[in-house]
Unconditional design. Sequence first.
Length: 367
Amino acid sequence: MAKLPKPPKAFPVKHTIPSKPAIPQHIRIQRAQHDNEVPLYAPRNQTPEQALKRVLAARPRLSDLQRLSEEELKSAQHQAKLRRARQWPMFGIGLIAFGLGTYGTMLYASLTQETDLGNLPEDLSDRFDKEAEGYDEKVDTSEMLLLLTSKRKKLTAMAKGHVLEVAVGTGRNIPYYKTKQCATVTLLDSSGPMLAVARRKWNDTHKEYFSRVFFKQQSALDPITPPFDAQVGYDTVIQTMGLCSTPEPVKLLQNLESCTNENGQILLLEHGKSHYEWLNNILDKSAPAHADEHGCWWNKDIGKIVEESGLEVVNIKRYNFGTTWWLQLRPRKGMRQRLTETTAVEQPLAAQAGSPVTQKSWWSLWR
């Protein structure tokens, strides 16, 4: 039997790769054959088990891996790499600690601050007007800690057809729209300054789609007119963190139902009551101060609101001890027509009672 050739001598190379020479390929194969008794070139009629065993036997072993020498481990270059590798975990831990500290301070301030409920107006929309420009920076930390960004992205990616987003605010969902699956997108909010920020954000992220997006400044409690080519209603209605800021959440959901296609979907991402009573007590105690500062009540019972609205629940999930609600709803069959007829009857009655009713042409709603 012919002798195997000796492996070539390894020439020293100055780098940080371990100095221990690697075991040549043919020696690893010999070891694998000897240990597993599987030939390198198996016959054609081999079984799958034999083929798998041959492949696994040819893999390099842990002992074949090269290691750094003692001198290389103590070298300044290697120590600098270790310091850089250790800096990133420490930076991440520091960032999380800073976020938790900031959020805890805000929560403590909300719990200890006394707020007179009698002085709080029913409509807190002026809070949004004042905070429009710095709103994103203000809520970024809390949403990062609650992992809401991924939920916003997943929810918005479900939008298709003619889309309506209510309480769009500064447009925190805008970057996650898949515009290729949307015929039109209507962004609605009662705050003009908030809607102006959303308009700039859409222009920055989906400029090529600007001709098919509509910005409407109005209350979501008022009748919402779909686009001219969506007379059967919107295919998708989205609302994130909107039920907390309206004084009539049940009426809001029913109004969304009246402008949604019967085969469409209503997607909600809300914050409200928790699974646990101790956490609900904290939310109830801090809710007045939070509403006075941010314009939303974070202790509402979202499940009860949805139940009272009568909408069909397709899917519901809860996160963050139950305070974050993910809801996929569906309008009731025939309800859109009944709600539309009811609204048409109520307007003449209101006019007879002395309440002025302003008649607007349909194109004025898109200004």
